[in-house]
Write a protein that binds this ligand. Structure first.
Ligand code: FAD
Length: 449
């Protein structure tokens, strides 16, 4: 998209800033900067959004927009992001975060939709283990926020062991829930630090009637907010422009793409930490250590219409559905997008890392997630050692818990730190400015970023 120039653009005394990466963190940074400086937003893919990725599916002359990446947010857990959506005028609608678990070999199936679905059979109604799960859930809700203040870094699995939580609660509720939240295997999901889990689970109410849920989605698909942002943004958006090299000099930052080389006063790296490190020419030791410490893993996301991934009893169909294979111990998460996005029509399911191939596949994507383990936590604590040095600032969801709010807040923070520091930086000459801007295309790509 070649946006019209802002009133500031081209003026000799206005500073030029580059933002590398057009996911929520880069969009938030660019939006915050645009009032004060000339901003050029570089995005490697043909579309903005990164993990914000809506797909149009045509079925019998009707189009349905389905989110395969980021979808849901909560006014308290995503407070800054929600305020921003309201500020730029993006309509939202209610959803719920109901959750079901199905473990066929144990004859276990329940959902948190209500009492009837939680005790969906007489066996469950008379099962002490199942009542204990419920009791543990209530206990975790009451105790975890306080415990997180003192033991926030203890991993969730260890916390459950130390505090005598039941096997049913840990293996048949929390592990599949964490696996769904962080798109991980059950085993590694329990490595999540308690403070991350406690803060997210606070908004995860059990037996909450859908009309009382505060969770929201963007009406018409999450990518709607990108459209509104792009329309209002006065700077340059350059899609299809992967930044290959970032060279810092005493007087400027020079960015090289496949086609050109541009000079800026400062840069915000809003791509993943390892991608930022790859692009830096002569990174400092601290940059190498901090950015290189965070690992990433690929997740396959399949949008399909195969109901065998859902609970056997349709009354248990929830927004999030975990299916546990007793032999491998693996759990597979399937989002029922009709419920999540309020879609009437054919059934749309999204399964993360399916173990077999679903029938009726609409599209497949791959997204990379940061692995938020102890190494990542240590790296997060060292952000100040690299941020703002050599005219280079960093943002991304990897600085927090990997959620959209983390990305949004880190983008705004990086922009504000940059604006505070900019007057003390010498001016770049602006050589190489101008040239081209690529279109913000919507073409499908297999790699979601
Ligand atoms: C399937 C899925 C579901 C999710 N659901 C939710 C949810 O419901 N709620 C929630 O809060 N969070 C959710 N998340 C997490 C959250 O959406 C993401 O973590 C967040 O959007 C990441 O934003 P980001 O800007 O840090 O990174 P990204 O969105 O990955 O953006 C980084 C961008 O940088 C670009 N880039 C990389 N290298 C370069 C380069 N050299 N030059 C130019 N551009 C480059 C990439 O192409 C990409 O567009 C979900 C994530 C996934 C994958």
């Amino acid at each position: 998209m070649n946006n019209p120039k802002s009133p500031t653009q081209g003026a000799a005394d206005v500073r030029r800033v580059a933002v590398v990466g057009g996911g929520i963190s880069g969009v938030a940074a660019a939006h915050r900067l645009a009032e004060s400086v000339d901003v050029t937003l570089f995005e490697a893919q043909r579309r903005l959004g990164g993990h914000t990725d809506s797909h149009s599916v045509w079925v019998e002359d009707k189009v349905y927009t389905i989110d395969t990446g980021f979808v849901a947010f909560h006014p308290s857990g995503h407070a800054s992001f929600c305020q921003w959506l309201a500020q730029i005028g993006v309509p939202t609608q209610r959803t719920d975060m109901t959750f079901s678990v199905r473990a066929d070999e144990e004859g276990l199936e329940y959902s948190t939709i209500g009492w009837r679905t939680f005790f969906s059979s007489s066996e469950l109604l008379f099962s002490l283990k199942h009542w204990r799960l419920l009791w543990d859930w209530q206990r975790f809700h009451m105790e975890a926020p306080k415990a997180a203040e003192h033991q926030g870094l203890v991993n969730a699995g260890e916390y459950f062991r130390q505090n005598n939580y039941s096997e049913r609660f840990v293996q048949r509720h929390m592990a599949p829930l964490c696996a769904a939240l962080w798109a991980q295997s059950q085993a590694s999901a329990l490595d999540t630090p308690l403070q991350h889990l406690a803060s997210i689970v606070q908004n995860q109410k059990i037996f909450q009637h859908p009309t009382q849920s505060l969770w929201q989605v963007v009406s018409g698909g999450a990518s709607q907010y990108l459209e509104v942002f792009a329309e209002q943004f006065p700077g340059d958006i350059r899609c299809n422009s992967r930044v290959l090299r970032v060279l810092r000099t005493d007087s400027s930052v020079v960015l090289e793409t496949e086609h050109e080389s541009l000079e800026f006063d400062a840069v915000i790296m809003a791509c993943h930490s390892d991608q930022a490190l790859d692009a830096l020419v002569e990174p400092t030791t601290a940059e190498t250590n901090v950015l290189g410490a965070i690992k990433y893993m690929d997740n396959q996301v399949v949008l399909h219409g195969d109901a065998t991934y859902m609970p056997r009893d349709p009354r248990n169909w929830s927004s999030w559905n975990a299916r546990i294979d007793a032999q491998s111990g693996r759990s597979e998460t399937t989002y029922w997008m009709n419920r999540v996005q309020g879609i009437r029509g054919p059934q749309f399911f999204i399964t993360l890392n399916p173990q077999s191939t679903p029938k009726r596949i609409w599209t497949e994507r791959k997204y990379r997630h940061p692995v938020l383990d102890a190494d990542a936590y240590q790296a997060q604590q060292r952000r100040a050692q690299i941020n703002g040095l050599d005219r280079t600032f960093y943002c991304g969801a990897y600085w927090g818990m990997g959620g959209h709010e983390d990305g949004f807040r880190s983008g705004v923070d990086a922009a504000e730190q940059l604006l505070a520091k900019l007057p003390s930086l010498s001016r770049s000459t602006g050589q190489g400015q101008g040239g081209y801007a690529a279109d913000m295309g919507n073409a499908d790509q297999s790699q979601g970023g």
